[in-house]
Design a protein around this ligand. Structure first.
Ligand SMILES: [Zn+2]
Length: 318
C-alpha cells in the first residue's frame, strides 16, 4: 500500500493516510469506511455489468431472430427455386410430349396427303391413259367415216382390255372406274363390232357373180355359213326398224343403232324381236335359215353407214 509509482491508487492511499493520521478517528472506523467504498464500487460495477449483459442478450436475441428469419427466407427461396424448377421441368416435358404428338400428327397428315396425291396421280395416269384420243374419237364420230369409226372401235376395245387388266391389279381397289367403264361400254355398244353368228364367210362384200342368177352382182354384205336355227345376235345396241319378210330377203331384220349405223339380217328361219323393240348388243334377235333367195342355211349380214353399205368385215373386231 505504501508502494511508490502506482498513481491509480494515489487518491485511496491519500484518503487512508488522512483517516489513519486523524487523531480522533479510530482505525476501525477507517476500515469500515474503506469497506463501504469498496462495496459501493463493486455495486456500481455490478449494475453496469448487468446492464451490459442484458443488452448483449437482447442483441443476441435480436441477432438470432434475424438469422432465423434470414434462414426461413433462404429456405423459402430454396423451396421456391425447387418448386419452380420442378414446374419448369414438368412444363418442358409437356412441351416435348406435345411436340412429339404434333410431329406425329403432322407426319400422319403428310402421309395422308402423300397417299392422296399418289392416288390422284395414279387416277390421273390411269384416266389419261384410258381416255387417250377421247377427244379425237368425238371428232371422228362427228365425221363418221368407216375409217374413223373403225379406229374409234379399235381404241375403245383396247381401252376396255387395259381397263380389265387394271381392274385385275391391286391398285384397282383404290379407284372407282365404274362410270368410266360404263361410258366406254356405251360408246362401244353403239358400233357393230361383234360377229352376228360365228362361221365361214362363203361370200364376201363387193362385186361377184350372183349365186342364183349367175350374172354380175354387187354383194353389199357378207354371207356367213351356219347351221339352221343357230342364234343370230345383235351386233350393236339399237332398236328394230324393220322386222318383216319378202320373197327375196326371206325373213329379215333391220336394226337402227342411232349413230348413222344400221345392220341388216336376211334369210332367217325365225325372228325373235319385233318392230320398234329395243335390242342390246349380243341379244338373240333371230335364227339362221334359208328363207328368200338362198341356196342353203346362212346369214346375209349388211352394215350401212349413213345409208351406204360398208364391208362388215371391217367392223368385226370382237
Ligand atoms: Zn348374201
Amino acid at each position: 500500500m505504501s508502494k511508490r509509482g502506482q498513481p491509480l491508487f494515489q487518491p485511496v492511499r491519500h484518503l487512508v493516510s488522512r483517516i489513519t493520521s486523524h487523531p480522533g478517528a479510530s482505525r476501525l472506523t477507517a476500515l469500515f469506511l474503506l469497506i463501504t467504498v469498496v462495496l459501493v464500487a463493486l455495486s456500481v460495477g455490478y449494475v453496469i455489468g448487468t446492464r451490459d449483459t442484458q443488452t448483449d442478450a437482447a442483441v443476441m436475441r435480436q441477432g438470432t431472430a434475424s438469422a432465423l428469419s434470414a434462414h426461413i427466407a433462404s429456405q423459402d427461396d430454396l423451396c421456391n427455386t425447387i418448386e419452380r424448377s420442378e414446374l419448369e421441368r414438368a412444363l418442358s416435358q409437356e412441351k416435348a410430349l406435345s411436340q412429339v404428338l404434333n410431329e406425329s400428327l403432322e407426319a400422319q397428315q403428310n402421309a395422308l396427303l402423300q397417299q392422296q396425291s399418289e392416288m390422284n396421280s395414279l387416277e390421273d395416269r390411269i384416266l389419261s391413259a384410258l381416255m387417250k384420243n377421247y377427244e379425237s374419237q368425238l371428232i371422228s364420230r362427228s365425221s363418221g367415216t368407216v375409217d374413223n369409226y373403225r379406229q374409234e372401235a379399235e381404241e375403245l376395245i383396247d381401252l376396255k382390255k387395259r381397263l380389265n387388266q387394271f381392274e385385275a391389279s391391286e391398285d384397282a381397289a383404290e379407284v372407282d372406274l365404274a362410270d368410266y367403264r360404263q361410258s366406254l361400254d356405251n360408246r362401244l355398244d353403239r358400233i357393230p363390232t361383234r360377229w352376228p353368228v360365228y362361221g365361214r364367210i362363203s361370200s364376201g362384200f363387193g362385186n361377184r357373180t350372183h349365186p342364183v342368177y349367175h350374172r354380175p352382182d354387187f354383194h353389199p354384205a357378207i354371207d356367213i355359213v351356219a347351221d339352221r336355227g343357230t342364234s343370230i345376235r345383235a351386233t350393236a345396241t339399237g332398236y328394230v326398224a324393220e322386222a318383216s319378210s319378202d320373197s327375196s330377203r326371206g325373213r329379215y331384220l333391220i336394226i337402227d343403232h342411232g349413230n348413222g349405223f344400221k345392220t341388216v339380217f336376211m334369210h332367217c328361219s325365225s325372228l325373235k324381236v319385233s318392230s320398234g323393240q329395243t335390242v342390246e348388243k349380243g341379244q338373240v334377235i333371230a335364227t339362221v335359215g334359208s328363207t328368200g333367195t338362198s341356196t342353203g342355211p346362212h346369214l346375209h349380214y349388211e352394215i350401212h353407214l349413213y345409208g351406204q353399205p360398208v364391208n362388215p368385215v371391217r367392223f368385226i373386231l370382237e
